[in-house]
Design a protein around this ligand. Sequence first.
Ligand code: SAH
Length: 230
Amino acid sequence: MLTLFPEMFPGPLGFSLAGRALEEERWALETVDIRGFARDKHRSVDDTPAGGGAGMVMRADVLAAAIDAVHGPSDERPLIYLSPRGKPLDQARVRSLAEGSGAVLLCGRFEGIDQRVIEARGLEEVSLGDFVLSGGEPAALALLDAVIRLLPGVMGKEASGEEESFETGLLEYPHYTRPPVFEGREIPEILTSGHHGRIAEWRRQEAEKLTRERRPDLWEKYLKASRHRD
Ligand code: SAH
């Protein structure tokens, strides 16, 4: 993790599922303070934007030195720059990262980083979504969280990962638990019927309905894929 704020890690990933997995050494994280690669006496990592305008830009030379200290030419781990201009992160990319041998993540700050280091080091730009954070760290934590829960032995029951939102191409069906009546609302009868086949069918219908209503983009993809399967 290349960052100006190494103290932000592991942060929330030190708790719950990810925290236990960290203790069990199912994953590990090394933070690298980008400021350690600044060369001038002020240890500056940023400067004013060429062409003018507000804010500061992270320097290409400092970032390249930080990257090169942890990622040599024969290193096959992906080099990811968290960036609102990147390809939106999805469960398929999360899964491929979980199956891979790790990654080097670069967190930007200020207005972002000099374009030349993106090109010179072939950084893969990955976005958390269409909104702007003040830094890459929360995005990196979210990406890691999504990857870690897929690592072998991290989630209690393997199956609980498989039916979730996006894994099937659909949003997930609604969940219910005790009490049987909450403020006058009952659990859908079918779920207490014990008919496993009918429950599975109900869940599939609910998942399809939710996806159709909330995410027409996913629904279109799902339809295309199922036409392909037939
Ligand atoms: N001026 C930039 C935003 C910079 S925000 C622009 O308009 O595109 C500062 C840093 O926060 C970025 O360098 C990036 O690392 C991080 N960041 C902001 N929004 C993000 C998002 N949606 N996904 C991933 N990283 C993001």
